[in-house]
Design a protein around this ligand. Sequence first.
Ligand code: IPE
Ligand code: IPE
Ligand code: MG
Length: 246
Amino acid sequence: MATPTLTKLPRHLAIIMDGNGRWAQERNLSRIEGHRAGAESVRTIVRCCRRIGIPILTLYAFSKENWQRPKREVNALWRLLARYLQSELNEMLGNGIRLNTLGDINELPSSVGDLLYKTMAKTSGNREMILNLALNYSGRSEIVRAARHLAEACVAGAMRPEDVDEAAFARHLFTAGMADPDLLIRTSGEERISNFLLWQIAYTELYLSPVYWPDFREPQLMEALADYQRRERRFGKISEQLVKEA
Ligand code: IPE
Ligand code: IPE
Ligand code: MG
């Protein structure tokens, strides 16, 4: 297993958890079985990130586009989320994990919504790690929502149009106050962003893994982190400048 150094870890790791359906199909199981196995990977990866000290973990769990899936599958995903929240609460409390959501969670079934609000309230004082679950999330609609908030503030006279800058914009995103992801992992071999964190990934390192999400566990995470640590992030500069700054 690759062993990343624990000093150059991403401050914010984001993951597009993909491939549950194909994992199941290959085993002649139902797609829902794939999601169940995927939930086990979530447990493992959250635990692992907390242990090694990644301060923010963001997981793409349900996109706005995912409502178009068969109702049975969508319902099963909400059931699995509810079960996850119930089974992990004590672990979140014991390990200083604060649950947060990205997305319009008021549009979720009320039973899941209630559970999310309760879990967020109970874990709100935790300081070791933030676990962001992106639920009913769309990067474009998040950007439009921020633009609308800023327009409203301008119309109300609370803000001048010339004060609308990148920092003001970022304050109206679901990730307000958080560092942008340093690393974005997508599993399952797909090479696309699927409307995830469009604003926040401007300079994020991308890691595309061929492994289906239910098979993405600690060794695969460690490999991704080690790969990330071998990269040079230039942010528009040239190598020589980075050496001087270091
Ligand atoms: C990711 O796995 C889970 C969600 C989108 C909720 P998929 O369900 O997309 O799996 P594939 O892509 O069909 O294999
Ligand atoms: C992206 O996966 C959304 C989540 C992981 C929740 P999808 O499987 O829905 O993505 P596309 O539609 O194939 O790009
Ligand atoms: Mg998919």
